[in-house]
Design a binder for this molecule. Structure first.
Ligand SMILES: *Cc1c(COP(=O)(O)O)cnc(C)c1O
Length: 363
């Protein structure tokens, strides 16, 4: 067992956090930052919490080099709420938006946009089991589309964009839930970025939204209060009670990212971790990786065993070896190792070595 009986956790989200962060959070439960009030008991209107939210926003801005004229929100409702909210705020009524459908999350985002206007899949990878993301030139954006929506990392299928997708000169909206602050992201090339925190950045219940001046100015009258970016911006993410605890953990996690080499450090570690697994998977016919080379994710590595009947044995032996969260998403099955920012390199070394041993015993 690891420290405190913790296993190697490869879960897809909520996901493992660095033990250092978990310990800091534990210490803040009875008394946060010496305020005499516990982190779950502190008023969101207090100065001690205001410092926490300001700090989290400043860190986010530094880590991602967010331009000064961009805005940051910490909302609730997860990325799933953003599927609808982005379309509601950014599409004109009965307007158009184009989508790169690279997985289930993209499909869901498109379905929600279709409640507002005319959302269109300009590219759809379903026929190829979502094994790749598109290249520029594989699709074209409609003249009247308000924006292009894409998913930077496809959590279930284990694919990821390694280039900035061509948007035909239109604004880009990206669901970066599973690779934010863990993969390259040029904020200035996007108009709206959203991400649930529970994969790379902390606990569930906090959603990061980053808006360009264009996105922040797409004002529509009469939207439901909670669905209106403008109102959230004017209240500085405190329209109603925010997830104070979640924002505290987010700030601690961002501080950890900053202490460990910032975005560049996170990218390097995620590269090392994923390459470790891909090299085992490519090493023999025993394994059958899902994503095609060129589209492979650094965050979620997905595969099958060539002999699929061995998969339950693989998962059972992994459990015996104190490795968890490896069962593929119920939608695609197989095996998935999620290697988000909080996942230590040592966990991935342990998994790679377990896999090599498993192959020699069962191959
Ligand atoms: C996990 C995930 C979601 C769903 O997030 P919720 O916070 O549960 O709504 C959406 N998009 C992507 C890419 C994800 O990985």
């Amino acid at each position: 067992m690891g420290a405190l009986g913790r296993i190697h956790n490869f879960g897809g989200g909520p996901a493992v956090l660095p033990l250092e962060v978990v310990t800091e959070v534990a210490e803040s439960l009875p008394n946060m930052n010496g305020s005499g009030v516990g982190v779950m008991e502190v008023s969101h209107r207090s100065s001690v919490f205001q410092e926490v939210i300001d700090s989290a926003m400043d860190r986010m801005r530094r880590i991602l080099a967010i331009p000064e004229d961009y805005e940051i929100l910490f909302l609730q409702g997860g990325a799933t709420t953003q599927f609808y909210m982005t379309a509601l705020n950014l599409m004109s009524q009965n307007g158009m938006a184009d989508f790169l459908v690279t997985g289930i999350w993209a499909k869901k985002a498109l379905a929600e946009a279709n409640r507002i206007g005319d959302g269109n899949a300009v590219w759809d990878g379903s026929d190829n089991d979502f094994k790749t993301v598109p290249n520029d030139g594989d699709y074209s954006i409609r003249e009247d589309a308000a924006y292009l929506h894409y998913t930077s990392n496809n959590t279930l299928f284990g694919t990821q964009f390694h280039h900035l997708p061509d948007s035909g000169g239109k604004p880009r909206v990206v669901d970066a839930s599973s690779d934010i602050c863990g993969a390259p992201l040029d904020v200035s090339e996007h108009d709206l970025i959203y991400a649930g925190a529970q994969k790379n950045l902390g606990p569930s219940g906090v959603t990061v939204v980053i808006l360009s001046p264009w996105a922040a100015s797409r004002r529509k009258e009469g939207l439901p209060t909670m669905m209106d970016y403008h109102i959230h911006l004017s209240k500085r993410s405190m329209l109603n009670t925010p997830n104070t605890y979640g924002i505290f953990v987010l700030d601690r996690m961002l501080s950890w990212v900053e202490r460990n080499g910032g975005l560049e450090g996170a990218i390097q570690r995620n590269k090392v971790k994923s390459e470790m697994l891909y090299s085992v998977l490519d090493g023999s016919e025993f394994w059958s990786p899902h994503a095609e080379e060129g589209s492979r994710s650094m965050m979620n590595v997905t595969w099958n065993l060539a002999e699929e009947s061995l998969e339950p044995t693989f998962l059972a032996e992994a459990t015996e070896n104190e490795m968890g969260g490896l069962k593929g998403h119920r939608y695609i099955g197989g095996i998935r190792a999620s290697l988000y920012n909080g996942c230590p390199v040592e966990s991935v070394e342990a998994l790679a070595s377990f896999m090599t041993g498993f192959e020699s015993r069962h191959g």
